[in-house]
Every structure is written in structure tokens, then in C-alpha cells.
Design a protein around this ligand. Structure first.
Ligand SMILES: Nc1ncnc2c1ncn2[C@@H]1O[C@H](COP(=O)(O)OP(=O)(O)OP(=O)(O)O)[C@@H](O)[C@H]1O
Length: 682
């Protein structure tokens, strides 16, 4: 201890202070250890007495429970329960923290609710506030907080936690209860499921493919569309519905025969003919959710699609919209656009992938594998729609992938009559009721009149008798040309006249004429626009070609000029050498006659060669001292500058060629002078 003290004394700490510090450390440590021990003892107690169930957001029970919690914990339900003295229902016993939302809750997080229908006990209220339906409030268990609720004689501890806090999604639910067996949890889950399904009865849930995370995102629940509101040629709807139903209950049959339990439907035809609407309606009728994939969406790749297909639940409708556009992004959907499968769709390159500017790398083989590969889900109904069946690769539309093909055409008279009847409610006549009782089974639903609406309508729609509506529908159909206008355009016209059934029929002929004119006009405008675009494209291409040619020419000329300059420099150099040589030979000629004659020959040779080559652009002479050749390779400026001088010198030189002896005296060139000097006659 003394040693310890002596060690601390230089630090200026007294023994008392050290002791106090040590005491604090010991006390703190003891308290913390005690806390941890109690927490772990509590957890041990909970683990041994509590039953705990975990619900992941990836699975349906999470949806059921969240829906149930939101529903049973809403203020209104709670108030009603108290009023009704219902003690069997749960209540927020001790919870002090909630998440209050007007959005419905689903497996994929809290998403915008379409109607906020969580409070179903309230009477149906159509009141609009600022054009919107009244929002209803739901109480949700807040994140990372444990809530205690009382349910059927048990206290439930509910905790909702985020599984992947970084991604902002992926929650899980933990429910603990003190009980001898898990009956209470089973009852809870079953009740939640029943409630969920009761509410989902009138809705179709839509899920969209998320290409970023390769998962499905809930996109909302749409009101079911009655099959009777879809007007197709007789028998088509019934055939499809029966086929789907038959498939859904034939799992064993498929398994026994080793056939993959999948069925594909290809709906093809003109735009606005009811393909998507029929799928929506079928989903409602069969009670299935719809999983929509847009193959041309950003970031779609073979891997992403395979992952998505692997996560499709067994009983659902998988919808591939605009199948023909899968490999032809940015291609317009009209009939005139080529839209032909690009390289990636062609047979030979079906295994290759095409990287697009939007980062999509989907190949045909990738699509085919994801549809019926090993990882593909079974039990789903695949629906694919296209406006251009001729553009589909045969591998994609072959039986096994697309088992049933349905062609959708423009509106027939039959469809026109049916859609008219769908639009206008009627007062059923007694005679008609008696008749319909006997024959309704045989009658196609598309031709049945819609009954009176259940809700009060804000529009003053005159309610006509069934006979009158049928009569008007017939007249309406007569005025509609067969297979010319889309059902969507008929619907547009009827919508405009939804409160005027009689006027609607009277004015329909006029509307058809207008529609034709508009279509003609649009067609013409489109043709003009396309011609203009084509012309502009051609002009642009021509301009680019010309520019390219001009550039190439310029480059070629510059190159040639450079070569000429180099050659001129060479010639100059050679000339200078010759001049130097001839100068030295002139000096020698003054001392020797033989040398003089030789020099004279050289001078003459130079003169002659200069003169000859000036008349034509012949090749350089062996001496390489061709004056004209030099000019031909010098730069243009030099040519201009030297032009006058050269002409003069040419004259002089020309004169010099003739009687070499006499004229040699008049020549001014150094070489001639030297030869003159050397002439023995002079
Ligand atoms: N046969 C039909 N019966 C009832 N309504 C129809 C029919 N065809 C089209 N419609 C109406 O026209 C609109 C467009 O229909 P829908 O989207 O189903 O057509 P589509 O064939 O899928 O078109 P696209 O090929 O452009 O996707 C919808 O509002 C729908 O109500």
C-alpha cells in the first residue's frame, strides 16, 4: 500500500480520494451486474412461462394480425365495445404509445389506403369532404414498443420491430402470452385471418414488382369488378372463368401426370378492348391477388425476374403486361411501329443479354427460364397481354407457357348492346322478372341489364324500364359499326351521356361520324408527322454525310499539301546542291578547256531541262533540278509570289535554249554566265 501511495503521490491524489473513487466503481459495477442479472432472470422467466410467436412481414399472418390490430384497436371499435360491454374483445390495457394512421397496413408496410375502410362498424357514409371520402383513423402498435392487450382472458404482449432498419422496410411482430398451450395464439391468428378475409372479400390486392430489391410491393386494394361489367363475345368469359377454376382445383391431377402445375393465358388484340379489365374481374371472381410485372421497367434483369417469380405465392394471378414491349423499350405501341424483337429476342441471340440505357438486361431466355424454370412458382395463373401477337417469339407463346389464347377485337354490335345495358340502371318489370327467373342461367351476363344501384347517386339518372333500356340498347348497337371502334371509346361516349340514355341513342350516329372524322384526322396528322420526321431524319443523315465527306476532303488536302511541302524542300535542297556543284565546276573551267566543255554541257543540260519541263508537268529529271517541278510542289503563296519572276526567267531560259553559243551571253543565270565565261570563242 505504501508503494501504491508513493506511486500516486507525484500525481497529487490523496488516499481518501482514491478510496472514494474505488468505492464508486465497485458500487456502480454491482448495480449494473444486478440489473443485467434481473433482466436475464426476467427473460428466463418469460421464456419459460410465456409462449411467443413471431410473425414476419414477408408472410400473410403478419398482414392478418396488423389488419386485426388496426381494426380492433381503433377508437371507434373500442368505444363500441365498451358500450356493448364486450369483454371478450381485446383492449389497449396499458399501452401509452401508438401509431395513428389513416393508411391501411400490409405486409409491405403502411401504404396509402384507398378508402380508409378500417372502421367497418360505422354505417356506410358516402359524405365527401373537399371531394374526398371521409378518412378514418386507425391505431397501430408503434415500433419498438411493447404493448399489452387483453384478449380472451389473457394478457398479450405485442412488440413490432424493424428487421432491416437501414432499408426502411421489413418489420416483424412478436406476440407473447402466458398460457399453458398455444391455443390462444391459434385462436388469435385464425380470428385475424377471418377478419382480413372478410374485408378482402370485396377487394383485389395488387402487388407490383420492385426491381431495385427484387421483391413485391403492395400497391393497394382495388374494388372488385363484376364479371357482368365486362362485355365480350358470348361464351368467352365463361370459358375463361371455368378454365381458371378447373385449373385451381386440379393440383393433384397435374402432380399425378408430372405436369408442372401452371397455366398461361395470352390475351391479345387491339388496345382498349378489355384485356386488363377482364383479368381484374377474374381475380375478383376467383378471390386471387394480382402480381404485376412490367418487363420493360428500369433495372429489370434475368436475375431480378427469376427472384421475383420465385417469390410469387402459389395461388395468384401473375400479370405480364405488354409482353411485346419487353425487349423493345421506347418503341411506340402503334401498329405502324416496327417494334420487332430486337437482337436479344431473336432465336440465335436468345441467350445473350442486352444492356439498355435504363440498365435493363433482360433476355428472352431469362424470361423463359423465369416463367417455367426450376425456381418458378407453381399454382399461379399467368396472364400476359399484348397488342401485337405477331411480334412475340414463338418460344414465348407456345402451349405450356401460354395454354389459352383469347383474341380481343374492336366492339361488335353485340358488345355495344351489352355495354349500353351495363351503363343504365333499370326498373325491372314483373314480366321480365318472371322470364329471367326461368332463363337467366342460359343468358350471358354481358347482356343482362344492371340492377338498380344500391347507393344513392349524386347524378340524377333517369330510371327507365327494362324494356325501354333493352330497346334503346338495340338502337344504340345498330348505330355502332361492326368491329371499327374500341369498347373503350364506346365507354367514353356513354360516360359523357351517363344521365341521358335517350339522347345518348339519338346522338350516337352523329358521334360515330365525328369519331371517324377524328380518327381520320389523327391518322392523317400522324402520317404527316411521321413523314416529316422521316424527312428530317433523312436530311439530317444527308447533312451528316456531306459534313463527313467535306471533312475527309479537307484532311486529304492538308495531307497532300504537307507532302508537297516536303517534296519542295527536298527539291530545293537538291537544287542548292547542284548549284553548289555547278559553281565549283565553273571555277575549275577557267583553268581547263575539257572542264569548260563539260561545265558548258552541264549548264546546257540544266537550261534545257528547265525549259522542257515548264511546258508540261512531267516527272523530275534524273538530276532532280527541274524548275517547274519545284513550282508544282511549292506552296500556293510561293506560287503566286514567284509567278512573275518565273515567267521572266522562263522567257530568259527559253531564249537561252536556242543558239547556245550566241545567246549564252545574254543569259543572266549564274550557270550560263559561268559557261559563257568558259567559252573559248569569247
Ligand atoms: N370488353 C369490355 N367490356 C367492358 N369494358 C371494357 C371492355 N373493353 C374495354 N373496356 C373499358 O375500356 C377501358 C380500357 O380497357 P382495358 O384497359 O381493359 O383495355 P386493354 O385491352 O387492356 O387495353 P390496352 O391494350 O391498351 O392495355 C376500361 O375502362 C374498360 O372498362
Amino acid at each position: 500500500m505504501d508503494t501504491f501511495k508513493s506511486l500516486l503521490s507525484p500525481l497529487g491524489m490523496s488516499t481518501g480520494a482514491i478510496q472514494d473513487t474505488l468505492k464508486l466503481v465497485v458500487i456502480g459495477g454491482t448495480v449494473e451486474t444486478a440489473r443485467r442479472a434481473s433482466v436475464s432472470a426476467w427473460n428466463g422467466f418469460v421464456d419459460s412461462f410465456f409462449l411467443t410467436a413471431h410473425f414476419s412481414q414477408d408472410d400473410y399472418p403478419y398482414d392478418w394480425l396488423m389488419h386485426w390490430l388496426a381494426k380492433v384497436l381503433s377508437i371507434h371499435s373500442w368505444r363500441l365495445r365498451i358500450l356493448k360491454g364486450n369483454t371478450q374483445q381485446p383492449a389497449w390495457g396499458r399501452s401509452r404509445e401508438f401509431e395513428i394512421t389513416t393508411r391501411s397496413v400490409n405486409r409491405n408496410g403502411i401504404t396509402q389506403s384507398t378508402t380508409g375502410d378500417l372502421d367497418e362498424e360505422e354505417e356506410e357514409d358516402d359524405t365527401l369532404v373537399h371531394g374526398r371520402r371521409k378518412r378514418k383513423v386507425a391505431f397501430m402498435p408503434s415500433l419498438d414498443t411493447t404493448h399489452t392487450i387483453y384478449y380472451r382472458g389473457h394478457w398479450l404482449r405485442i412488440t413490432r420491430t424493424k428487421r432491416y432498419p437501414d432499408y426502411g422496410h421489413g418489420c416483424s411482430l412478436k406476440i407473447s402470452v402466458v398460457a399453458r398451450n398455444n391455443d390462444i395464439l391459434k385462436k388469435l391468428v385464425l380470428e385475424a385471418k377471418r377478419e382480413y378475409e372478410k374485408d378482402a372479400e370485396h377487394r383485389v390486392h395488387i402487388f407490383l414488382a420492385d426491381t431495385t430489391y427484387g421483391c413485391w410491393r403492395w400497391n393497394g386494394a382495388r374494388q372488385k369488378r363484376p364479371m357482368s361489367s365486362i362485355v365480350l363475345q358470348p361464351g368467352v368469359k365463361d370459358m375463361l372463368l371455368a378454365d381458371c377454376k378447373d385449373f385451381l382445383c386440379s393440383e393433384e391431377w397435374y402432380a399425378e401426370r408430372g405436369i408442372p402445375f401452371r397455366r398461361g393465358y395470352l390475351l391479345h388484340g387491339v388496345p382498349g378492348s378489355g384485356k386488363t379489365s377482364l383479368i381484374h374481374s377474374l381475380a375478383g371472381e376467383l378471390g386471387l391477388d394480382i402480381y404485376v410485372v412490367s418487363l420493360s421497367s428500369k433495372g429489370m434483369s434475368d436475375n431480378t425476374l427469376t427472384t421475383l417469380m420465385g417469390h410469387v405465392p402459389s395461388r395468384c394471378i401473375l400479370l405480364l403486361e405488354d409482353l411485346d414491349a419487353a425487349f423493345t423499350r421506347s418503341v411506340s405501341r402503334d401498329a405502324n411501329s416496327t417494334g420487332a424483337p430486337t437482337a436479344s429476342t431473336s432465336k440465335e441471340s436468345s441467350t445473350s443479354t442486352t444492356e439498355n440505357t435504363d440498365g435493363s438486361t433482360l433476355s428472352l431466355s431469362g424470361l423463359l427460364n423465369s416463367l417455367d424454370g426450376v425456381a418458378a412458382a407453381e399454382g399461379r395463373l399467368l396472364f400476359a397481354t399484348t397488342n401485337h401477337i405477331e411480334r412475340l417469339d414463338p418460344a414465348l407463346s407456345r402451349p405450356g407457357r401460354m395454354d389459352v389464347w383469347v383474341n380481343f377485337t374492336h366492339a361488335t354490335k353485340w358488345q355495344a348492346e351489352g355495354i349500353f345495358k351495363c351503363f343504365f340502371p333499370y326498373k325491372p318489370s314483373t314480366a321480365a322478372t318472371a322470364n329471367s327467373n326461368g332463363s337467366s342461367a342460359a343468358k350471358d351476363t354481358s347482356q343482362q341489364n344492371l340492377p338498380l344501384p344500391k347507393r344513392k347517386h349524386v347524378h340524377a339518372i333517369p330510371i327507365l324500364t327494362e324494356e325501354e333500356i333493352s330497346e334503346l340498347a338495340k338502337r344504340f348497337a345498330e348505330a355502332i359499326p361492326e368491329d371499327e371502334l374500341s369498347v373503350a371509346s364506346l365507354q367514353g361516349y356513354l360516360l359523357k351521356n351517363k344521365t341521358r340514355p335517350r339522347e345518348c341513342v339519338e346522338e350516337v350516329a352523329e358521334w360515330v361520324i365525328q369519331e371517324r372524322e377524328t380518327r381520320e384526322k389523327l391518322k392523317k396528322e400522324k402520317a404527316e408527322r411521321e413523314a416529316k420526321e422521316k424527312k428530317e431524319a433523312e436530311e439530317k443523315a444527308q447533312k451528316e454525310k456531306e459534313e463527313k465527306e467535306a471533312k475527309e476532303k479537307e484532311e486529304k488536302e492538308a495531307k497532300e499539301k504537307l507532302e508537297r511541302k516536303e517534296r519542295a524542300a527536298k527539291v530545293k535542297k537538291a537544287r542548292a546542291e547542284v548549284a553548289a556543284k555547278s559553281g565549283s565546276s565553273a571555277a575549275t573551267s577557267t583553268t581547263s578547256t575539257e572542264t569548260t566543255s563539260a561545265a558548258s554541257t552541264t549548264a546546257e543540260a540544266i537550261t534545257i531541262s528547265e525549259t522542257t519541263s515548264s511546258s508540261s508537268s512531267e516527272e523530275e529529271t534524273s538530276t532532280g533540278v527541274d524548275a517547274d517541278t519545284e513550282e508544282s510542289v511549292t506552296s500556293e503563296e510561293e506560287t503566286d509570289k514567284d509567278k512573275g519572276t518565273n515567267e521572266e526567267s522562263k522567257k530568259e531560259k527559253w531564249v537561252a535554249v536556242k543558239p547556245s553559243n550566241t545567246v549564252a551571253t545574254t543569259t543572266s543565270s549564274a550557270s550560263t554566265l559561268s559557261s559563257t565565261d568558259a567559252d573559248p570563242a569569247t
